[in-house]
Write a protein that binds this ligand. Structure first.
Ligand SMILES: Nc1ncnc2c1ncn2[C@@H]1O[C@H](COP(=O)(O)OP(=O)(O)O)[C@@H](O)[C@H]1O
Ligand SMILES: [Mg+2]
Length: 263
């Protein structure tokens, strides 16, 4: 479904990503880990179409990725992307209203009712069915992230991009969110890319773990080389994979040490 061919991303003199090659099937759940600053969010923005590759190409179903974000790809960031001045319900309805009612900004009659039904169904799924009229500031952090996920999923994207979506949440709430996300993933044909700084989370959720790491480091020129995908680990969840986990752990720790030396 997604093919990344020899992709490079540079910001001015700084090479952030280099020589990325990747093939992802529809329905995969890719966890992405790596030292802070190695370009994981940048890679997500490339997939989203928010940034252009410097070299190489990204194909979606064999065709060049659209140069702008569209409904095919939904995104959830670590910090809430919801609108503070809109209720839970309106935050989710908004996505359905905007593209279909460009002139009025609102839907009417039957279309309005069916959009509302869709929104309520989605909010029920993420456990916000009894908070429809609340405003984001009246929700806990976990609930706000549920809302952000509902907002992304109501558009029925084929690809869901998650940038440390649970990073700001308490461990207990995170576990609930893991279950929610896995359920949503299993019941759909969604393809997911999720950045996490928590290796265990990456391994627990992903059907594949991608480790980003700078292989080449020149202390004299810290910006000369970018990160690559150094490990691409398919997971078989019917078995534990402690060796793979240890391997990834070593890679991430090694990358952090290298970054500290370079700094
Ligand atoms: N828009 C931008 N302009 C210039 N440099 C950027 C931009 N976005 C990211 N970078 C740089 O790219 C590198 C990778 O950043 P990022 O993708 O956010 O890393 P990560 O998500 O892995 O922590 C960092 O050095 C960052 O400063
Ligand atoms: Mg990031």
């Amino acid at each position: 479904m997604i093919e990344v061919r020899n992709v490079w991303k540079e910001y001015g003199e700084q090479v952030v990503l280099e020589r990325l090659d990747l093939k992802i099937e529809k329905g995969e759940f890719c966890s992405m880990v790596g030292a802070s600053g190695c370009g994981k969010s940048t890679f997500l923005r490339l997939l989203l179409g928010q940034e252009r590759v410097t070299r190489g190409e990204i194909l979606l179903d064999g065709k060049a990725l659209p140069g702008e974000p569209d409904a095919d790809r939904g995104v959830v960031f670590q910090r809430y992307s919801v609108f503070d001045h809109l209720t839970v319900m309106r935050n989710v309805l908004l996505g359905l209203e905007l593209p279909r009612a460009r002139w009025t900004g609102r839907l009417f009659g039957q279309r309005r009712r069916s959009a509302q039904d869709e929104a309520v169904t989605m909010l029920d799924k993420v456990g916000l069915g009894s908070s429809l009229d609340k405003y984001p500031h009246q929700l806990s952090g976990g609930m706000q992230q549920r809302l952000a996920i509902a907002q992304a999923l109501i558009m029925k994207p084929r690809v869901l991009l998650l940038d440390e979506p649970f990073g700001a949440l308490d461990p207990g709430i995170r576990k609930d969110m893991h279950e929610l996300l896995l359920n949503l993933w299993r019941e759909s044909s969604l393809t997911i890319f999720m950045v996490t700084h928590d290796l265990k989370e990456g391994f627990a959720l992903g059907s594949r773990v991608l480790v980003f790491d700078k292989v080449r480091v020149d202390p004299q020129a810290p910006n000369a080389y970018g990160a690559r995908i150094t490990y691409n680990i398919p997971l078989d969840h019917s078995r534990d994979c402690p060796p793979a986990l240890r391997m990834a752990q070593a890679a991430v720790e090694g990358a952090s040490r290298a970054a500290a030396v370079a700094a």
